[in-house]
Each structure stands twice: as structure tokens, then as C-alpha cells.
Design a protein around this ligand. Structure first.
Ligand SMILES: C[S@@+](CC[C@H](N)C(=O)[O-])C[C@H]1O[C@@H](n2cnc3c(N)ncnc32)[C@H](O)[C@@H]1O
Length: 169
């Protein structure tokens, strides 16, 4: 096991998770901007890995609750260590499953979904379903040949969602 700093937090990492990248701190910054006028928001971090994003959000905003989802039990074990080690266990809940599946019972009461999705090798992108390929419409920085590309991270503020939380909160 090793440790990485992420937004001032000491995040444990193992081979079961990707090392949180400095540019992912930008995703957290943007999420915090969008959440500024949403006290007590409920946020989902999809593909939480080490839990870095979920922990950074919860640490920055003591009023937030975060549901952190990953399909990898190995990753969730690491995330669990980080959540507990940072004293965030009362506000960061870890859920195993595919994408939004573990959140189905919430019935649309999330305020925001954040995700830093897995990398997609450049050569695979043209073979993806059209919905995924559409992400290529977003402007992307020029990349060196052979580097992996990835779709942009998404911040989906839950406009129009009811303010109450319903089940799972
Ligand atoms: C690029 S890593 C991001 C980890 C972390 N959020 C970060 O930014 O450092 C992607 C994570 O998504 C998880 N993942 C991949 N496909 C998934 C799926 N269908 N449902 C849930 N999690 C998934 C992987 O296990 C991995 O931990």
C-alpha cells in the first residue's frame, strides 16, 4: 500500500485502485462550485476507486452526504479504509454495483452525480456505441499518439429533482 495526496488529504492506494490524478482535483473544484447553493446536498461518486473524490467533497463540505459506488470490491475495500481513516464514515456511504444501479431506490433525489470514468484507449473510441462516441464532440486537448483518451468528466446537477431525499438518505 502507498499514499497519495489529493486536495490535502492523505489517500491510501493499492494495486486495486488507480492513483488519484492531480487534474481530478479540478473535478472536485467544479463540483464544489456547482454545489455552493445546495446546502445538505446528496452527491453520488460513480466509480469511486480509492474514494478520493468522495472524501474530498465530504471533507470540503461538512454538510454534504456522498454515496460512493464502485463495481470493484477491491477498490471499495481501499475506499473504506480511506473513508474511515479520514473520519468521514458518517457522511460517505460505499455501495457496490454497476454505475447507478445501487442508487435505484433513491428515486431521483440526488443533487449531483460526479464521475471520473475509466480510460478508453483511443483506438477503441470509434467502435463505441454512438451515445458514447458523441462525447467526442466536446473539445479535447491535443494528445500525443498512443496516449489514452477519456471522455470528459460529468457534473450533472440534479435540476428539477425534488428537494427531499426519500429512501436511502
Ligand atoms: C479511472 S478510475 C477513477 C477512480 C477515482 N474516482 C479517481 O478519480 O481517482 C474508474 C473507477 O471506476 C470503476 N468502474 C468501472 N466501471 C464501473 C461500473 N460499470 N460501475 C461502477 N464502477 C465502475 C473502476 O473499478 C474504477 O475504480
Amino acid at each position: 500500500m502507498g499514499f497519495e495526496e489529493f486536495r490535502g488529504l492523505r489517500i491510501a492506494v493499492t494495486p486495486d485502485v488507480l492513483i488519484p490524478r492531480p487534474e481530478t482535483e479540478g473535478l472536485v473544484e467544479r463540483a464544489l462550485e456547482l454545489l455552493a447553493d445546495r446546502p445538505g446536498a446528496l452527491v453520488a461518486d460513480i466509480g469511486t476507486g480509492s474514494g478520493a473524490i468522495a472524501c474530498a467533497l465530504a471533507a470540503a463540505r461538512p454538510d454534504l452526504e456522498v454515496l460512493a459506488v464502485d463495481q470493484s470490491l477491491g477498490a471499495l475495500a481501499v475506499a473504506s479504509d480511506n473513508v474511515r481513516g479520514l473520519g468521514l464514515g458518517s457522511r460517505v456511504r460505499l455501495l457496490a454495483g454497476d454505475l447507478l444501479d445501487p442508487l435505484a431506490s433513491l428515486g431521483g433525489s440526488l443533487d449531483m452525480i460526479v464521475a471520473n470514468p475509466p480510460y478508453i484507449p483511443s483506438e477503441v473510441i470509434p467502435t463505441l456505441p454512438v451515445e458514447v462516441d458523441a462525447l467526442r464532440a466536446a473539445p479535447r486537448p491535443r494528445r500525443r499518439p498512443g496516449r489514452h483518451a477519456r471522455p470528459p468528466a460529468h457534473h450533472l446537477p440534479g435540476r428539477g429533482l425534488p428537494p427531499s431525499r426519500g429512501a436511502g438518505s
